[in-house]
Design a protein around this ligand. Sequence first.
Ligand SMILES: *[C@@H]1O[C@H](CO)[C@@H](O)[C@H](O)[C@H]1NC(C)=O
Length: 243
Amino acid sequence: MNLVRILLFATIVAVATAQCVVSEHDALIELYNAAGGPLWNNQSGWDTPASDHCTWYGVTCNHNGRVVGLDLTDNNLQGFLPESIGCFTFIKSLLLGENALVGLVPADIGLLVNMKYLTLAHNQLTGPLPAELCQAVHLQYIYLSHNLFTGVIPLCYATAFEFVKEIHLECNELEGPLLDFSQYDYIMEVRSRCNDWDVLCPLWTQTDAIVIECQGLCEDCPTPPVFECPPEIVNECGTYVLQ
Ligand SMILES: *[C@@H]1O[C@H](CO)[C@@H](O)[C@H](O)[C@H]1NC(C)=O
């Protein structure tokens, strides 16, 4: 019985303290390997793993060599975001939009507590919006539009981001209700059209002070990809589990 208790306790501790176990350098290599690196438009530096990652395409470091920016926008990324995306604890801007990323957003994205600017827009990401993102309390720009996210918006999204200026959720498969983002002091823009909630915009969206787009055509929204998850990576494939 004691052994069972010890194992149970050890498991709880392991879950509670889950965090990055690789260096930022190795986390970048994991991203390259998980997201189709050899197919990227610009792989400068990434294809020479022994080199200083601060010189790699899209990587910005501070004077201590910590990664503070990662901009791989429209660089033909295809594949998954690895858990180690949470390793860049100094990162201020994570720009991965306009690629072909699939699968779930790892919960460890919530470890990026210094992030101000996040875009995962224009990919084919699935599953729920991660509630863990609410730990990134300095976010000012949150662009998650044009993906295949499902489920309700985590309630904490309405209160966690004290400094948020823009939230883009349009063109997903999210369910209502659309949370009231007008409570945020610095909010300037909310986009939410083309999801699975009511076509009627909620009352708060009539606020004049904010640019709000909650209705409109969906022609530019993504269509679900014809993507078959290979059996060996079923766990990472979110909703695309083979029957
Ligand atoms: C690729 O990235 C490197 C490093 O940032 C840059 O010097 C180079 O101009 C880029 N190449 C292209 C074709 O954009």
